[in-house]
Every structure is written in C-alpha cells, then in structure tokens.
Design a binder for this molecule. Structure first.
Ligand code: CTP
Length: 396
C-alpha cells in the first residue's frame, strides 16, 4: 500500500512519527506532507529520516523558477502515486478545509486532487471536537466515504478531559489496513436515479428517486478500485470522482446505454428507479387543454434488469426492489424472475429512509442463505456493505 501521510499542526503531531513506523512495519510505503503549523511542533527532518524521502512542506519551492513550476504540480504527482491519504492529526481547521473544498496549501490541494481512499484521524480540544461546526464537517466527510478514526477520551494537553486525543498509531494503522481495493480490475455498471418519460415536448412522467443510493454505489466501487460506468437518469448530484458518467432521460435510453456496455462489464448494479410505463409515440406539439376528461394510454417500458438477467454471462447482477409492502417475498420474486445474484430490497414509504434520504435500511436477498438485514446507515456505508456481501456471493 502506498500511503501519503498528511501531518496537521497539533500537539499530537509528534505521534505521527510513530504512525510512520507502524505503517512501515505493516509494509506500507510512506511519504509525508506537513502543514506549516505542523512544522511548529515537529521538524520535517524527523519524518525525512524515518521515510528516507524528502518531506513536502509547502506549495511553493524557494529555489529556481523551474523548481517552482514543478512544485506547482507536485500535488497532482503525489495524488497519482498513492492509493491512500492518511491525515493525522487532522485539526479542526483541516477538517473544515476538506469539508468545504478550500485549497490554500499543499495538503488541502492534495486532498482535492486525491481520488483514492482517505483516512482522517482528528485530534483537538474537546469543545472544538463537540462544536456543531466540527460535527457538521465530520458528517460531510463521512458522507464522502472517508474513514474517520475517532479521537480517544482522556486528559488533553490543554488540561481538559474528554474526547479529542489522537487515536493510538496502531488503531490508525488498523483503519488504514482495512481500506479495501478489492474491486480493482472490475468494470462496474451502475444505473441510478429516475427516468423521465415524455408525454409531449413540455411534460413527462417520473418518480421520486433522488439517485443518492446509485451515486453512493458508484462512489464505493470507484474508491475500491473498479472502473465505473454510471448510467444516470436526471438528478441533482455531482458525479463521484473518477467515474464515467452517461446521462440518459428515458427508460429506453437507459436500456440502450446498459446494453452497449454490458459485454465489457463484470458487475451490474441496477439501482435506478426505471419508469414502468411510457408513451410509445410522443406528440411533437404540446397537448392542448380541453374541457373534457383526458386519459393516457401507456405502454410498458423495456425491463432492463430482466433483459440483463437473460443476456448475462458471468456478470454479478445486483437488482433493487423498491417496495411499500411484502419486502422479502417481492425481493425473492424479483431475484428469480429477473435472474439476479442479489436483490437489495428497501421500503420506500418510510420518510426517514428511502428515496430522498441520505440514509437507507435494506435487506439483501441472495440465492443462497437467509436474507441479510443492513441496519439504518448512510447510503455510502450501505453501498460498501452491498459490495462486501456481493463479493462473498461470488465466492459461494
Ligand atoms: N427495472 C428495470 N427496468 C424496468 C423496471 C425496473 O431495470 N423497466 C429494475 C430496477 O432498476 C430495479 C428492479 O428492476 O433494479 C426492480 O424495480 P422495481 O421498480 O422495484 O420493480 P418492478 O420490476 O418495476 O416491479 P413492480 O412494479 O411489480 O414492483
């Protein structure tokens, strides 16, 4: 594992030296970046001696213009050369910068350029840790899938007692080693969001899907090393870093995009809420209002999941079942009729989970074994658990 360790400016910065040793003992290559505040606490020389490499201490080189130019793109080189970014101690200031995308020094620019896995080990005064601003920043960072190694409880350097002490280097190293790159070499198709089925040039039929679950799945797969093709209906979300986004509107367009990419894929996750009906012949002109009752005759859309189930070779096929009742029976029926390896079933009539929510609570139904209930958690975390179980399914 190639780790870049960002050291923030806190009293715990000295513990980062021990963390370097522990990571090296576990077989990691470590390069160190220090913020200028960190250099007030520990000399870069300590880390240079431990790693045998130059320590990065700023965005700008004080040497020749050529040096300055090469150091100006150094954060991109560092981002590309490493698979994991660990920040310890992560100060309140660094967490705020990361959460809001500020990039005014080497570490914060590196954070934005980094597409691999991120592990943050915060350390600060208890009141700073408990402050709503820090809590919100932590939530934002967690929702991006970063691993947060919670600070420990204890006597802090400022004299107070409470949470805020940097976690032990061994515990941080444990979290780093858990980081998975188990989807490397996989090509994952993810469908997400609703579809929009036009009725005329200005109207359409759609549904309440926000796309959040599908985007979380795409992000989890990308972070775990997969090449991801995200086929998305109209949503208000930014695509996760590193995925190939294919935008579609209708079920027919989504079907076309899925089928075009199916042969090269190894895992297909159908998280989209595809409309079941559409107008097969959409009028060219806006339909005008009349005083009489108006009814629509709709035709079924292609069932993309069922078609993939028929055509698939050795792909792992994961379908979704959005239900308002009989969750497990319906999931089992869909698993069988659509030839899936797993169906992720969720209730969509609860306000706290499901469509627009950031959280979800699902049941995984597979061909073998009992249904697995995943307790309520952020969608990004549910996404990781879906892949954990899907990969086990492939082995069984
Ligand atoms: N699906 C699909 N194409 C469709 C409809 C659904 O690929 N035209 C996929 C969804 O992406 C999801 C799964 O089928 O992975 C189940 O979707 P859901 O709406 O729960 O079920 P339906 O098949 O539409 O069945 P029903 O309306 O009876 O619940």
């Amino acid at each position: 594992m190639r780790v870049v360790l960002g050291v923030g400016g806190g009293i715990a910065a000295y513990k980062a030296a021990e963390l370097v040793r522990v990571l090296q003992q576990r077989g990691c290559m470590v390069e160190v970046v220090m913020t200028s505040a960190a250099q007030q606490f520990v000399q870069p020389l300590t880390f240079a001696a431990l790693t045998g490499r130059k320590v990065i201490t700023g965005l700008w080189s004080s040497n020749s213009p050529e040096d300055t130019l090469s150091s100006a793109v150094e954060h991109i080189r560092v981002a590309q050369d490493h698979d994991t970014l660990v920040v310890a101690p992560a100060t309140a200031d660094l967490l705020a910068k990361f959460a809001h995308g500020l990039a005014d020094d080497f570490l914060s620019t590196l954070y934005l350029a980094f597409t691999g896995r991120i592990v943050l080990a915060p350390a600060m005064n208890t009141n700073m840790w408990n402050h709503p601003a820090t809590r919100q920043n932590i939530e934002i960072l967690r929702s991006r899938g970063h691993v947060i190694v919670e600070p420990a409880d204890g006597l802090l350097a400022c004299g107070t007692t409470g949470p805020g002490r940097l976690a032990e280097p061994d515990d941080i190293a444990d979290a780093v080693m858990k980081v998975r790159r188990d989807l490397e070499g996989e090509i994952v198709i993810v469908t997400a969001g609703p579809t929009q089925e036009p009725l005329d040039p200005v109207r359409y039929i759609s549904n309440r899907s926000s796309g959040k679950m599908g985007y979380a799945i795409a992000e989890a797969a990308a972070v775990r090393g997969a090449k991801v093709i995200l086929i998305s209906g109209p949503v208000n979300l930014a695509p996760p870093a590193g995925v190939t986004l294919v935008r579609v509107k209708t079920a027919c367009e989504m079907r076309e995009a899925v089928m075009r990419n199916l042969a090269q894929s190894s895992i297909v996750v159908k998280a989209a809420a595809v409309a079941d009906y559409h107008l097969s012949a959409v009028p060219d002109q806006k339909v005008k209002k009349t005083a009489t009752r108006f009814s629509l005759e709709l035709d079924p859309t292609p069932d993309i999941l069922a078609e993939v189930g028929k055509k698939k070779t050795d792909q792992l096929l994961i379908g979704f079942a959005a239900e308002t009742q009989n969750l497990i029976e319906e999931a089992r029926r869909k698993l069988k009729t659509k030839n899936c390896d797993m169906v992720v079933a969720n209730l969509v009539n609860r306000e706290d989970i499901g469509f627009e929510s950031d959280d979800n609570e699902v049941v995984l139904v597979t061909r073998t074994g009992d249904p697995v209930h995943l307790a309520r958690a952020p969608k990004r975390e549910i996404a990781d658990q879906i892949f954990d179980h899907a990969l086990l399914q492939r082995l069984s």
